[in-house]
Structure formats: structure tokens, C-alpha cells
Ligand binder design. Sequence first.
Ligand code: SAM
Length: 314
Amino acid sequence: MPREIERLLDLQPGQTYADCTAGRGGHASIIGSRVQPGGTVILNDADEGNLAAASEHVRVSCPGVRVHAVHGNFAILPRTMEGSGLAADGMLADFGFSSTQIEDASRGFSFMRDGPLDMRFDTSRGIPASELVNTAPERELARWLREYGEEPAAGRIAQAIVQARRASPIQTTAQLAEVVRATVGRRPGSTVDPATKSFQALRIVVNDEIGSVEALLFQVARAARALSGKPAGGGAGGASGVGSGGLWLAKGARIAVLTFHSLEDRPVKTLFADICQQGLATDLARGGITASEEEIRANPRARSARLRAIRLNA
Ligand SMILES: C[S@@+](CC[C@H](N)C(=O)[O-])C[C@H]1O[C@@H](n2cnc3c(N)ncnc32)[C@H](O)[C@@H]1O
């Protein structure tokens, strides 16, 4: 939904745009073109390869902007920006994986392509999926599959994984997909691969996706409160002495968030509603915006996308 995002962020020449999930720079180059000349684009991604591609893309397509590339989890971006004296007028987070990650078998995200069972967005840190699958207790595996995959057969799949790894460690995407398929089989009438939910669950755990979303939202709320001069516990006045200086979001900053499943969307919806109710922000897309039929035809993944946006009041 790049046009919707562009409209909601309403960035102007000279302003600063922060893309928490730059990917290959698709959104960043469109929205970044709105801040030139004289603007700044901050690109963040946990995936070093994607970040390098995004930086190159934005530098070439938006020659009139300054580009800052920040590698790492977006949960840390706010503090990094504050340390560098950068404050965004508009921010976008477009959660999940990019098409290049799922298409690259060596990254281990896909049950359609055999490769090492890795699934890390940031391959310079963290624990690959194979290590979790081969060491986690059965009960923990079942909980992940249930909570993050919403997999009805979570218990049976966890048991099958533990049995399979006793025979030999599960090292590849094909091995794991086979264990899941052999356990649950294809659901009658369904065209969806039986391994879909299990792969989603593991990817979420490997990358602490929900924890990262919550940490980013916490930073949005912190900035919103600090800009308003309200202390954390609510009430009026700026007793904590926080002002607008040194924060990663500028006064009136617009924040757009694109989610792809309810586990991601729920905390966004809750936090946005909360800070709007406290008078710290205004909802720019009540109920969220979903993709048009035309966009879904061009990109089937857009079917489950939901775009939410707010503007900080201070
Ligand atoms: C859907 S893609 C973004 C696509 C991008 N908006 C574009 O137009 O090309 C999601 C990106 O977010 C990154 N990502 C996911 N979780 C992250 C996190 N916690 N911190 C930083 N980057 C993350 C992934 O590596 C991936 O490149």
C-alpha cells in the first residue's frame, strides 16, 4: 500500500523519514522522494544484505536526500537515533520477511525450497531455527506452534519433531516440512501447505518478532508521552522534565505500521488506541486500511495486510 502510506505520512521536502524495516528500499525510495531536497532518510534493517540494497536504491533514486543506514533490530533504532541527534517526522514499520529472504533457499525461511533451517533476519547474531528445533523441550515446541502458528495440531507436531530428532537432527527446511506434513497431512479441500503455520511460528520465535514489535511500540509511547510533557503514570505536567529535545520522534510525527497477521496487529491496535485515548495522538486510519482487490491480485500476500497510522499530537 505504498500510495496510502505516502498519503498518511504526508512528508514534505526537508523533513526526516525513518524506515524501520527498509527491506530492499521499495517504500523508502517512494516516500524518500517526498523529503527531497534537503531531507533525511534513515534506513534500518536486521538483514545486512537488504539494508545495503535499500541504501543503494535510495541513494540512486533520491539523490537530494541524506541517507543514514542503521543495521540491527528496530527495537534499538530509537536509542540509536537519539544518540545521533536524529528525530523523524514520519516513520514506517512494515513487519515480517521480504520476498528476497523467502526466495533465497540458503536463508532457510521456506518449506518450498530446501536449505539450511536458519530463518534469522540478522545472520550475525541469534540462534538458527535448527538449533531451537533440535534442543527445545517438547512442551516449549508445542507452545510456540500453538501461540505463534495458531496450529491446532501443535502437540502432535511437537511430539513428531522430538521423535524425528532422536533418529537424526533436523537440519534442513525439507526435513522439518516433511515431519510436519507426515504428522498432519493436507487438510481436506485446502491448498495451503500443512507446514505453513509451523514455519511461521518458528520464524516468529527465532527473530523474537512479537517482542521486537512490542519494544518498538513502547518507544513510540515513550516519545509521545515525553513530547506531551506527561509523566509515564498519566496526569498533567512535565514533572519528569522531559522536553522535545533529544527524542527520536519530532513533534507531530506521523507513524505508519503495516502488519501481516493478527499476532502483530493486536499490539499495534491496542497501543495506538491507548495513546489516542490519552490524547497523545490522533488516529489517521480508524480500524486500519486493507489492500484493494487490485493490489491483492498483483500481490496475494497483501490479502492479510493491515495498515494503521497515527499522528502525535504534541
Ligand atoms: C516486508 S519487508 C520490508 C519491505 C520494505 N518495506 C520494502 O518496501 O522493500 C520486512 C523487512 O523487515 C526486516 N525486519 C523484520 N524484523 C525486523 C526487526 N525486528 N528489526 C529490523 N528489521 C526487521 C526484514 O529483514 C525485512 O527486510
